[in-house]
Design a protein. Sequence first.
Length: 386
Amino acid sequence: MIKTTFVPQNIHGWGSLSALPDEVIKFGAKTVLLITDPFLVQNGLSQKIVDMLNEKHIACIVNSDVVPEPPIESAENLVKFARAHTADLVIGLGGGSALDLAKLVAVLATQEGQVADYLNLTAKKQFQSKGLPKIFIPTTSGTGSEVTNISVLSLASTKDAVVHDYLLADVVIVDPELTVSVPAKITAATGIDALTHAIESYVSVNATPISEGFSLQAIKLIAGSLLTAVREGNNKQARIDMSYGSYLAGLAFFNAGCAAVHALAYPLGGQFHVSHGESNAVLLPYVMKYIAKSCESKLKDIYQAMGFNIGSLSTQEAAIKCIQELEQLVHAVGIANSIQAFNIPESALSTLTAEAMKQTRLLERSPLRLTQEDIYHIYYAAYHGH
Ligand code: NAD
C-alpha cells in the first residue's frame, strides 16, 4: 500500500502571490500573523502583503525575528509571541527557516508545551490539534518546506526536527517572481539542496512509483536551470523551473524521505553553522560516490534525467558519469569541494560521525546501510577533497 500526502491547496505561477487575500478570506480570518525574516521586510515584500490584506480589511501582525538555520530558542520565542497576540491564521513567508518556524508557531499558538517537547530525537509529547490555519509562501527555491510536515531546528551540536502532519500547510503559494532577488550564492546552495532532496528521495528505500515521478521531474528541472538561475538571477524561465523543481523535490522527499546526505549534513550545520544548502551540497557527491554500488541503476536514471544521453554506456559506467556530473555541477555553481573550506578541522571528524550516527530516521532510508566506519570514511574523503 502506498500513502501519498499532499497539501490541500497548491497555487503556482509568476505573480500568484495576488491569490493570497482570497485564500485568507476563505478561512474567515480577520487577523493574521506573518512570520518572516528581516530581509523580506527590508525589500518591501512583507509590507506589500500587509497592504494587500489591509485592503480587504484583514489585519496583519508582522514578526520578522526569523534567523537562518533557526536555533530552537528562536522557535520558543516566536511561539511565546504568537500566544501573546491573537491571530486566526499564520502566514510563513521566506526560505525554509521562516516556513519551519511558521509551522511550529501555527500549531503551538493554540496548545500547551514547549517546542523542545516535540523534537524527533527526544520526543515526549504529541500535538493534540492542528492549531491555526497555515499559508506558506517560499521565497527561495530549495527546501520544499512549503509541502512537508517537517520543521528543522538547530541545536548545540546538531540539528533535529519536529515531524507531524499537523505541521502541513493548508495552502501553499509558489510564486517564482519572489525568488528573483535571491543572490547567486544562496541560489546555488538552495538549488543544490533541492537537487539533493530529489536524488536522495529517488534512491531512498522508501521510494514509490509516485515519489519517483516527482524526483525525476525535479531533477530534470533543477539540472536544466540551476546554473542559469545562479548566473542570471533575472532569467524568468530559470526561476520558474527552480520553483517547480524545489516544490516537486519537496513532495518527493516528504513522501520517500531524505537519507545519508542529510544525516551527515546536520552536524555540519549544528556544530559549524554551515548553511543547510551548503552542507548538503558539499557532501552530496561524496555520499553518492560511497553508496553508488547499492543504487547504480537509479544513478543511471538520474544521469538521464539530468539530460545526458546513455548511448552505449553500461549501468555502472552511467552511474560513475552521474556522480562526475554532480561533482561538476556543485563546482560550477561555486560550492567548495571540501569541508575544510568551511573551517572544519580534521579533529572534528569523529564527533561529526558520532552525531551523524544518531540520525537513524535518515540513515535507515539509505540504500546502503552505513556503519560508523563508513560515515567516518565519507567525512574523511570530504575533508581531503577526493
Ligand atoms: P533561509 O530561509 O535560511 O534563508 C537564507 C537567506 O536567504 C536568509 O538570509 C534570507 O533572508 C535570504 N532570503 C530568503 N528569501 C530571499 C529572497 N527572495 N531574496 C533574497 N534573499 C532571500 O534558507 P533556506 O535554505 O531556504 O532554508 C534553510 C532552512 O530550512 C534550514 O534551517 C534547513 O534545515 C531547513 N529545511 C527545512 C526543510 C523542511 O522540510 N522543513 C527541508 C530542508 C531544509
